[in-house]
Design a protein around this ligand. Structure first.
Ligand SMILES: C[S@@+](CC[C@H](N)C(=O)[O-])C[C@H]1O[C@@H](n2cnc3c(N)ncnc32)[C@H](O)[C@@H]1O
Ligand code: SF4
Length: 459
């Protein structure tokens, strides 16, 4: 499979509009409070009957200091004592949920995200993993894909060794930008020494996949300054890069109001940065996985994409398509059977549910047949940049040209613009269309028309 990208400035300018990132379809906006604990239990029963491996996501919301740009679900506190009651409740939730899932189901994927999971002490992290092992069927032979997000500002060699000993084998490091002026403007001071020390420690301990998070579009960033950051990271050759487009939505994320909008790079400057990123990473031998993600050609994500086995979930791209995803902790989202569900977003509501012995699920959505069909189409396009109509017709018993007549008509201008090739057999996204894959997926999203203004821009 060809995994190249082509940067077409004119096309990108024309198609730059806001849209979902499709870590799920329907998106989280469709979750409603008519779906609660009873519905969740029903889906778990059905999923146990079907069997299969599990994926577990744990949300650790705490951060020591706030980064002004941050759009994650986090609680900023210097008081480490906050972690303890949260951990108590999280462990109780693990026991409650663990009791509902069939214990023979292996946990093929596990992820700690945040916030900052390394806000927890070594002892607390061990307790969390021990409780998980006691209640779910974790692999003990290092064959699971067990990953953690780490802030290098609060991690050292010892923590990395401890994480490896707990069973983690994939690691992602937050960096964003090395430029001192940019760091000051976003309130995140992070040295090269501490960042690369963590990366090297992870390699030494045998972490199989290392990822670095960067953001383009931050205040005071320029193409040469971001190129400098990228060159420095490339010298350490991480297995993967997540290079996010800064989502500036100060009406939703209050701390973003501390960012001087006049200092944000212009749309033209951002495009220049994006072009440079694509060029440098391609020259360095990385392949574009899609939607902000690049990986070395031998990384499991790149291999899965070539083999047609890539999947997308709330953590981004994944190689585990067949897993039900169990969300644990405040705000976490799960996908069990044909439903998505989310835990309470506010810590006091989450705590109250656990104190009453209830599962903290507060909303969700049941997928109907149309949702499942559209989800399959969007997932296939966003992961593999191609779609076989016959494949979808066989799986869903429809005639693609009839069912999606309106959507196919909307794809015609994209075909004329060179984003994709549209034949009687299917859709093939071009190298230039890959950077605009969201726009192509948006054509198949039936909920989008009413919701467009709530998403960040595509580029
Ligand atoms: C939970 S954090 C990573 C772990 C840790 N908290 C840290 O910052 O090192 C997830 C990542 O989301 C990205 N991110 C956060 N806010 C963003 C925004 N407004 N736009 C784009 N990316 C953002 C950053 O790259 C960040 O590293
Ligand atoms: S980027 Fe990471 S460390 Fe910074 S506030 Fe967000 S979650 Fe916390």
């Amino acid at each position: 499979m060809d995994q190249s990208i082509k940067f077409d400035l004119d096309l990108i300018k024309r198609y730059d509009k806001s849209g979902p990132r499709y870590t799920s379809y329907p998106t989280a906006l469709e979750l409603h409070e008519g779906f609660g604990e009873a519905e969740y239990r029903r889906h778990i029963e059905k999923s146990n009957a079907a069997g299969g491996p599990l994926s577990l996501y744990f949300h650790i919301p705490f951060c020591d200091t706030v980064c002004f740009y941050c759009a994650c679900n986090k609680i900023v506190t210097k008081n480490r004592a906050h972690a303890l009651p949260y951990l108590d409740n999280l462990c109780q939730e693990i026991e409650m949920q663990g009791a509902l899932f069939d214990r023979s189901r292996p946990v093929n994927q596990l992820h700690w995200g945040g916030g900052t999971p390394t806000f927890l002490s070594a002892e607390q992290m061990r307790r969390l993993m021990d409780t998980t092992r006691a209640n779910f069927n974790l692999h003990s032979d290092d064959s699971g894909e067990y990953s953690i997000e780490v802030d290098p500002r609060e991690t050292d060699d010892r923590t990395i060794a401890e994480l490896r000993a707990l069973g983690f084998n994939r690691i992602s490091l937050g960096l964003q930008d090395f430029d001192p002026d940019v760091q000051k403007a976003v309130n995140r001071l992070q040295s090269k020494e501490q960042t690369f020390a963590v990366l090297e420690a992870a390699r030494k301990e045998g972490f199989r996949s290392t990822n670095i998070d960067l953001i383009y579009g931050l205040p005071l960033q320029t193409m040469p300054s971001f190129a400098d950051t990228l060159d420095q990271v490339l010298a350490y050759a991480p297995d993967r890069f997540s290079i996010f487009n800064y989502a500036h939505m100060p009406s939703r994320f209050k701390t973003q109001r501390q960012i001087d909008e006049a200092a944000l790079p212009s749309p033209a400057a951002k495009l220049e940065i994006l072009q440079m990123v694509g060029q440098k990473l391609t020259d360095a031998g990385y392949v574009y996985i899609g939607m902000d993600h690049f990986a070395k050609p031998d990384d499991e994500l790149a291999v899965a994409q070539r083999e047609g086995k890539l999947y997308r979930n709330f953590q981004g791209y994944s190689t585990h398509s067949d897993c039900d995803l169990v969300g644990l902790g405040v705000t976490s989202i799960g996908r069990v059977g044909d439903a998505y569900m989310q835990n309470y977003k506010e810590l006091d509501e989450y705590d109250a549910a656990i104190a009453q012995g209830k599962l903290p699920v507060f909303r969700g959505v049941d997928l109907d047949d149309d949702d499942k069909l559209r989800r399959a189409v969007i997932t296939q396009l966003i992961c593999h940049f191609e779609l076989s109509f016959e494949h979808i017709e066989r799986e869903f018993g429809i005639v693609f040209n009839d069912y999606f007549a309106a959507e196919l008509a909307k794809l015609q201008p994209m075909k004329s613009d060179g984003l994709l090739d549209l034949t009687a057999a299917g859709i093939q996204v071009s190298s230039a269309g890959r950077l605009l894959i969201r726009n192509i997926c948006m054509v198949f999203d039936k909920y989008l028309a009413q919701k467009q203004q709530q998403f960040s821009r595509v580029i």
